[in-house]
Design a protein around this ligand. Structure first.
Ligand code: MF3
Ligand code: CO
Ligand code: CO
Length: 318
């Protein structure tokens, strides 16, 4: 059969101007009394070396670090609004972290210059807080990691700024649900690939892409510990989940192609097609019958659940 000549379909253009690098201010100071993670000051954590299953004592410390991270993320969410710069969000995350006696894990990690990651619109993850003010209709993911009492708690949420576009509301809502679908696959005896299978199935139902280059990770005394948790179905990820294993589930879903590209700053990951992306993250521990979320406040709250209906965040300012 003859090949029909087809005009190549143009990718849908991004709906708004691309995100450009802004001015990155100096890294913030952490009071000397606060304990630093082992990769400070050099920045290099070295290869993961901690056991996959945590001790009871480590778990109780991780509940505290996780609760602190959840509280800080809620405070960051409250600060978001039209005109607020991502550097102002960094200030909130930094102050709220040190106020709780924690160290903001991103600061100085492999040379990262700021205390949190702020990823706007087509930025998939690892956006560096800078001078750019949030605009009406933006999406911003804030990723908070707190190092407290020798362990890390890592959690993130994508917030809608001002009046969102309908397809962005769907993207955010279904990315959140994809994270919970992945978490729902966690129990003693299931396998790592069950998590990604559940996330990918959810994304596919809503015709959303799944970014493959960044994955969930073991966490505890190390920021990024041994376990690797793909957010897509990876048949080779056969590691059996056991009670006491701790890791993150943090899917990044896209409206268009999940192909990514990293800026010259060596951090900012963006979609190649310029279309928008969202992410949610929790740190959890495997239990006999399921899992326990470690990144909830003492009252059981988290930013992902507060903004569950994917309604716009009120336009307060810092
Ligand atoms: N918090 C991110 C994660 O979920 C890691 C950020 S590393 C940084 O794994 F250096 F960019 F902060
Ligand atoms: Co993480
Ligand atoms: Co994170």
């Amino acid at each position: 059969m003859a090949k029909r000549k087809r005009r190549r379909r143009q990718l849908a253009p991004p709906s708004d101007p691309p995100i450009r690098p802004g001015v990155v201010g100096l890294g913030r100071q952490v009071p000397a009394a606060i304990d630093r993670p082992p990769y400070i000051p050099g920045g290099e954590p070295g290869p993961p070396s901690s056991p996959l299953v945590r001790t009871t004592d480590e778990l109780s410390r991780m509940r505290k670090a996780g609760a602190a991270a959840a509280e800080v993320l809620l405070r960051a969410g409250e600060a978001i609004g039209v005109g607020v710069t991502t550097d102002q969000i960094d200030a909130v995350v930094h102050e709220e972290t040190v106020k709780r006696g924690g160290y903001p894990s991103p600061l100085g990690y492999r040379g990262f210059p700021k205390s949190t990651c702020t990823s706007v619109n087509e930025v998939i993850c690892h956006g560096i807080p800078d001078s750019r003010p949030l605009a009406d209709g933006d999406l911003v993911n804030v990723d908070v990691t707190v190092y407290l009492d020798g362990v890390h708690g890592d959690t993130n949420c994508t917030f809608l700024v001002g009046e969102p576009l309908e397809h962005d509301v769907v993207l955010v809502k279904e990315t959140r649900r994809a994270m919970y679908a992945g978490i729902g696959a966690v129990r003693s005896g299931s396998r790592v690939h069950d998590i990604g299978r559940a996330i990918e199935a959810h994304a596919t139902t809503f015709q959303l892409g799944v970014v493959e280059e960044f994955i969930g990770h073991g966490i505890g005394t190390e920021f990024h510990a041994g376990l690797q948790i793909p957010h897509y179905y990876e048949p080779r990820a056969t590691t059996e989940l056991l009670p006491g294993m701790t890791f993150t589930v943090e899917p990044m879903l896209t409206l268009g192609s999940p192909r990514m590209h990293i800026w010259d700053d060596d951090w900012t990951a963006v979609t190649v097609d310029g279309r928008r992306t969202a992410q949610f993250e929790h740190t959890l521990v495997v239990t006999e019958n399921g899992s326990e979320l470690l990144t909830l406040t003492a009252g059981g709250e988290c930013a992902a659940d507060r903004y569950e209906s994917a309604q716009p965040v009120s336009t307060s300012s810092v």
